[in-house]
Design a protein around this ligand. Structure first.
Ligand SMILES: [Zn+2]
Length: 263
């Protein structure tokens, strides 16, 4: 069995603030990466203990959220930018874990809630419904017939994943109070929760199906500033909705994704 792990930094227990913890200039950025790396390693341990033979880890945090020298010795790590547009999901995996994830921008009690760019994007909708990174990733995996079987992060992130797949295994490691505060379990406890949840998810693999978005697809992106939207408006196949909002239309989700995701 081969598992694909897509990581992020903002859903890690003990990480609650953008400025000091998730931006590269942050005073505690290195500590955040260490906490995240250990949570990812716990997910790997749980998977290997359940008979998984191969794990591919993708560092999904823009400026990097993993300490390479501390990653589990038996996995491969895809990091740096640009990543391939589909993160190598097309290489045939049995399931995806989303580790350290966060809710979409504007989510009540979503600690570190944002959608791709905490400094640029207000809101995204997919076929008229609000969508964040978790939804986009679940549909992207679905394009390759791969189920997302585990999500870890704060409660809001886990509930967001559950909206797309009621069967998904959830590892809640913190509870958001505001965008920059939360109640976290200890890092040691978070690792125990994630390891156990990874085992449960592998055990339930057959019950957790891929989620596919069929047919034509429309993604709107509302930016904070017209300057961000302006850069997109000059590209082919991009419609202008208003000075701060663009629309990408396509024949399928993957068509829209390929134009949206810049790597
Ligand atoms: Zn991130």
């Amino acid at each position: 069995m081969k598992i694909f792990i897509l990581t992020d930094l903002e859903g890690t227990a003990g990480v609650v603030d953008f400025e000091s913890q998730t931006y590269p200039a942050g005073k505690y950025y290195e500590i955040s990466k260490e906490l995240a790396t250990e949570e990812i390693n716990a997910a790997c341990d749980g998977a290997f203990e359940s008979g998984v033979k191969e794990i591919f880890v993708v560092d999904g945090h823009g400026p990097g959220g993993i300490i390479p020298e501390k990653i589990h010795p038996d996995v491969k790590l895809f990091h740096g930018r640009p990543l391939s547009k589909t993160f190598h999901l097309e290489q045939g995996w049995d399931a995806v874990f989303l580790i350290g994830h966060h809710a979409m921008n504007g989510t009540k009690n979503g600690n570190l809630n944002h959608t791709y760019s905490s400094r640029e994007i207000v809101r995204m909708t997919l076929n008229g419904k609000d969508v964040g990174e978790i939804g986009m990733e679940i549909f992207l995996a679905g394009c390759f017939d791969i189920p997302v079987i585990l999500v870890s992060g704060d409660q809001a992130a886990c509930e967001e994943a559950e909206m797309y797949n009621g069967a998904i295994e959830k590892a809640v490691v913190k509870w958001g109070i505001t965008r920059t505060s939360a109640v976290s379990v200890s890092p040691i406890k978070a690792r125990q929760i994630i390891r156990q949840s990874a085992k449960k998810a592998i055990g339930r693999l057959k019950e957790i199906k891929p989620v596919k978005l069929e047919g034509r697809c429309e993604l709107t992106i509302e930016f904070i500033s017209s300057a961000s939207a302006f850069i997109w408006q000059n590209k082919s196949g991009i419609e202008t909705v208003d000075p701060r909002t663009i629309k990408i239309k396509g024949n399928s989700f993957i068509d829209v994704w390929n134009r949206f995701y810049l790597g």
